[in-house]
Design a binder for this molecule. Structure first.
Ligand SMILES: N[C@@H](CC(=O)c1ccccc1NC=O)C(=O)O
Length: 307
């Protein structure tokens, strides 16, 4: 029956009707960029990430390669605001790269604009595939947040910002069982940027070659599916979740973000949705280096409660 939202929601997922080639295209973000060629866009993205990181390390007080666990990759970088203060808000950034590329050492995009406004920024490293499994990455991110909470118990909120695969890892924290850890982190907000929330379609693409996800792995790590099943309720009614997608992201990325936002709303979370105008999958993040970028403005308004 058309018009019944439950029927529409439970209808066959559109990706199941796609050819292997079409699915591959939908889940290759570089094929959807408009201003540059695919290779050039990926190159520019890492170049801007490298330069932003160099600048952040040269101009901000920082603690680099701080271990939050025993694993080689379990390190994070902390960048402090220009002016010292007692209690501070923290924004933790989780880089993208389909859980198989990217590094904290090239991902300090938001550091200078946010630290200029009094936010401490933490850029998290995690063990990408094939070294790490997705379950390990989810656990590492949870432990990195617990580490920040324990180091800075007087924080004025921990905010998570993740891009693409990093948005998936951030969204998985909505389902984390903090009782396994010594503290419950003071999570106050989520900024989910061009993320993937249902992993089942990517099982059928080359993204899965190094990940080797089984159907069970994909389902156990799909926040879309886990929230639909009612496995997480908002504990803090003030916790805000911003779901954003780039105007030039592929239709599948748009569908994933829209459906995740709708599911968050149904589950009772304080969520909002924003399609960022005129940006692709990479510009949506590299523009975080610009203080006047709309996403920085939304992040700062959320952190400083200016709504
Ligand atoms: N191989 C992908 C790269 C990619 O998806 C990506 C690259 C950098 C940061 C995020 C990415 N996507 C999701 O995590 C592509 O060509 O678009």
């Amino acid at each position: 029956e058309m018009g019944d939202p439950d029927e529409l929601r439970k209808g066959e997922a559109p990706w199941k009707k796609m050819s292997k080639e079409e699915l591959e295209r939908q889940y290759t973000p570089s094929r959807w960029v408009v201003r540059l060629g695919a290779e050039e866009a990926l190159r520019t993205y890492s170049q801007i990430g490298n330069e932003a990181t160099k600048k952040a390390r040269a101009t901000r007080r920082s603690l680099l390669n701080v271990p939050y666990g025993d694993g080689d990759a379990e390190k994070l970088d902390i960048y402090f605001p220009e002016k010292m203060s007692e209690a501070l808000p923290f924004c933790m950034f989780l880089h993208g790269g389909y859980w198989q590329s990217g590094s904290k050492d090239a991902s300090a995009f938001m550091v200078n604009p946010l630290t200029a406004q009094g936010v401490t920024v933490v850029v998290v490293g995690y063990a990408i595939a094939p070294k790490g499994t997705l379950d390990q990455m989810v656990d590492q991110v949870a432990r990195s947040i617990v580490f920040v909470q324990k180091q800075y118990p007087r924080n004025e909120g921990i905010y998570l910002c993740g891009h693409s695969a990093g948005a998936h890892l951030a969204a998985m924290m909505l389902l984390a069982n903090w009782t396994k850890h010594e503290v419950t982190p003071n999570l106050k907000g989520f900024f989910l940027v061009s993320g993937i929330y249902d992993l089942e379609p990517i099982m059928h693409t080359s993204v899965n070659d190094p990940l080797l996800l089984t159907l069970e792995d994909a389902q156990r790590n799909s926040p879309q599916r886990l929230l639909e099943a009612g496995l997480a309720q908002p504990v803090d009614p003030t916790c805000h979740i911003l779901v954003t997608v780039g105007h030039h992201d592929s239709p599948e990325f748009h569908r994933q973000s829209r459906e995740f936002y709708q599911t968050l709303c149904r589950a009772g979370w304080k969520a909002s949705f924003k399609e960022v105008p005129d940006v692709d999958h990479f510009e949506i993040i590299w523009k975080l280096t610009q203080p006047d970028y709309v996403l920085n403005q939304m992040i700062l308004k959320t952190i400083f409660h200016e709504f």
